[in-house]
Write a protein that binds this ligand. Structure first.
Ligand SMILES: [Zn+2]
Length: 362
């Protein structure tokens, strides 16, 4: 809010200054033309003077209105044919939140990879991307995972990156104009800059809060709060477990069939008391963009609870299509393994199955 006020005050202040500099440039060009010093067409001469090296007012005013958002990270993601059910979920969640669905869904087997961004190159269209960590989501229920997915969709659906870019651009422009204008002309820009900066400080968590709120609204405050809590507490431990599992797998004779599954199993088999306790303490420290866990959970719980769609099932069981994706992703970590051998996981599963069949046998 304060940023928007600062932005418009900045533009309002620059407009008469830009008009004066246009007048000066036009007068200069006219004199040059009449005196026969310049043969360039009048309009080009005026433009050259307005945008000459060192001039600031007109370029800053135009840049303020311009859409300068660029983000080179693109990529097609996984197709509708590969993950039809996940695509359907994303479309449905976006529709419920009243925003555009993502243009690309990326998947990762590593922890902490749930994120969102909008790519844009030059004059190309904006493309919305979400990335989901199969390892993180494997440890959540179907409904909790929907809260995480909805949160990421909200980031791109409500243009959070572009909004942030507008703020940073104006912070830069205001600083540059204040530095270039002589005193006392620079003073109002410094005041406007301070208003804008205060807005940025106060609104530092706005995007995360909006994404949390939208997710809790459509998925249910109960699931959203639980997803937040689990993500915060799993996160730091999972990072270590994944590293360990990957290192062991790279050294060992057999590669796991699915890396996230292998890491999730190790994670679930141990207590990690100390690491978890440390994660709990860290969760209560607000981040640069995120409020502290307690505040986020309280906000989610303020939204209505919902029964959910998953009936307590785990996320991965609800999306069997993701098993194939995970196998393909896992193979990219072991390019030198000539035959992708059966994993420990599947060996264990077969052993368990054999044991069950034996006990059932008469
Ligand atoms: Zn977020």
């Amino acid at each position: 809010m304060l940023q928007a006020i600062g932005r418009w005050l900045f533009r309002l202040y620059l407009t008469p200054l830009a008009a004066v500099s246009w007048g000066v440039a036009a007068a200069g060009a006219a004199i040059a033309k009449l005196a026969g010093w310049s043969r360039t067409p009048f309009a080009i001469d005026v433009g050259d003077r307005l945008f000459a090296k060192g001039s600031i007012v007109m370029p800053a005013l135009i840049t303020s209105f311009e859409d300068t958002y660029q983000h080179p990270e693109d990529g097609p993601g996984w197709s509708e044919q590969q993950i039809p059910k996940l695509w359907a979920t994303c479309r449905q969640l976006a529709e419920k939140m009243g925003c555009q669905p993502p243009d690309a869904i990326h998947l990762s087997v590593e922890p902490g990879d749930c994120c969102a961004w909008s790519s844009k190159k030059d004059d190309g269209p904006v493309r919305r991307h979400i990335a989901l960590s199969l390892l993180d989501l494997r440890l959540l229920s179907h409904d909790e995972a929907r809260a995480v997915i909805a949160h990421e969709i909200a980031h791109v659906g409500f243009n959070h990156l572009q909004r942030e870019e507008v703020d940073y651009k104006h912070e830069y422009l205001m600083g540059a104009v204040a530095g270039a204008l002589p005193f006392p002309l620079s003073t109002p820009v410094r005041v406007i800059g301070a208003i804008h900066a205060a807005g940025m400080r106060l609104g530092a968590h706005d995007a995360e809060k909006e994404a949390d709120r939208k997710a809790a609204e459509v998925v249910g405050g109960n699931h959203a709060a639980r997803a937040l809590e689990r993500s915060y507490l799993h996160g730091p431990v999972l990072a270590r477990v994944f590293k360990l599992v990957l290192e062991r797998a790279l050294e060992g004779p057999r590669a796991p069939e699915r890396l996230a599954e292998a890491a999730a199993r190790v994670y679930s088999s141990f207590d990690f008391k100390t690491l978890r306790a440390r994660a709990e303490v860290r969760a209560e420290v607000p981040g640069e963009q995120h409020p502290a866990l307690g505040e986020r959970k309280a906000a989610a719980e303020a939204e209505a609870s919902r029964a959910g769609v998953g009936r307590g099932a785990s996320f991965i069981d609800a999306y069997p299509e993701l098993l194939v994706c995970e196998e393909l992703l896992t193979k990219t970590y072991f390019p030198d393994t000539p035959v992708h051998q059966r994993s420990d996981a599947s060996q264990l599963r077969r052993k368990a199955l054999a044991a069950r069949l034996k006990t059932r046998a008469p």
